[in-house]
Design a protein around this ligand. Structure first.
Ligand code: 5GP
Length: 268
């Protein structure tokens, strides 16, 4: 098996060079951090569940025409994605007041917002990911005007889709965070959805009990985080089925030869 080159290690994921130029392997860890990594821990099995949940969501978003970096899941903890130039913004979409907006504006957690709000934060750990306005984004050229229009339009479509998807399994989508990246085609670039979508970066509450089924259980020392992540996966229909493949590391040579094998011609 070829040795893989590690490109980056983040709080919850490791990125490796992919088997083809322009591809990356995302490895999902069980590590959990909160409050800009001041709180650290692990949630057993989180990486496996987030890999599966994110695959499910990104695949469905692609079906409704959202361009994403996701190519395919490789094994229990890894997925193959397109390499992007990450746009240094965290795009937060909020339907219900919770977390930082509740604190900042003195709104009770759980209060429905008058309408969906999109906020932007600069991805900068040293600065603690400060909230920024579109004025800052334009002035410092973190993203262009057209790119911001695409990002806002995609964020709203993702929100509408995910509100429906989660409502169908008795979960209220309170808020979530997205990240976007650029891919280049000659002189042109376009923005696609990157990173992951999982209970690590969404607030998910049970519709009837308001029980939290997301990373807030870890952030707030509530306990039961493993069970909460499993419950989300179970309701999404992802816990049983064909996905019990062993957590092997990708065999690069086998993967390359599979890519080189032409698809069989259809019979006439
Ligand atoms: P808040 O600003 O209320 O802390 O977070 C809003 C939403 O974005 C929550 O669903 C939260 O999980 C997500 N979010 C914001 N910043 C981050 C981050 O740095 N990492 C992760 N995993 N999620 C984040």
């Amino acid at each position: 098996m070829s040795r893989r080159r590690q490109i980056y290690e983040g709080k919850a994921k490791i990125l490796y060079e992919g088997p083809e130029p322009g591809t990356i392997i995302q490895y999902f860890k069980d590590d959990a951090t909160a409050f800009n990594a001041q709180k650290k821990g692990t949630i057993n099995g989180k990486g496996v569940i987030n890999n599966r949940i994110s695959e499910h969501v990104f695949t469905r978003l692609a079906h409704i025409g959202i361009p994403t970096h996701f190519i395919r899941r490789l094994n229990m903890r890894e997925q193959l994605v397109r390499q992007v130039e990450i746009i240094p913004l965290e795009v937060v979409v909020r339907n219900v007041a919770a977390g930082s907006i509740a604190k900042r504006l003195g709104i009770e957690e759980g209060e429905m917002l008058p309408h969906t709000i999109i906020e932007y934060y600069l991805k900068d750990d040293a600065l603690g990911d400060p909230m920024v306005a579109e004025e800052h984004i334009a002035a410092f050229n973190w993203a262009g005007h057209d790119e911001m229009q695409d990002i806002a339009a995609m964020a709203i479509r993702v929100n509408d889709f995910m509100c429906g998807m989660f409502a169908a399994i008795g979960i209220r989508l309170i808020d979530f965070k997205l990240e976007f990246g650029r891919i280049y085609d000659g002189d042109y670039s376009r923005v696609i959805l990157a990173d992951e979508i999982s209970p690590d970066n969404c607030r998910l509450w049970d519709f009837t009990t308001n029980e939290k089924l997301d990373k807030d259980r870890f952030r707030r020392d509530m306990g039961g985080e493993e069970e909460a992540y499993q419950e989300v996966a179970r309701r999404m229909g992802l816990l049983n089925g064909e996905d019990n493949s062993p957590g092997e590391v990708l065999d690069m040579d086998a993967h390359r030869s599979r890519l080189r094998t032409p698809a069989p011609k259809p019979k006439k």
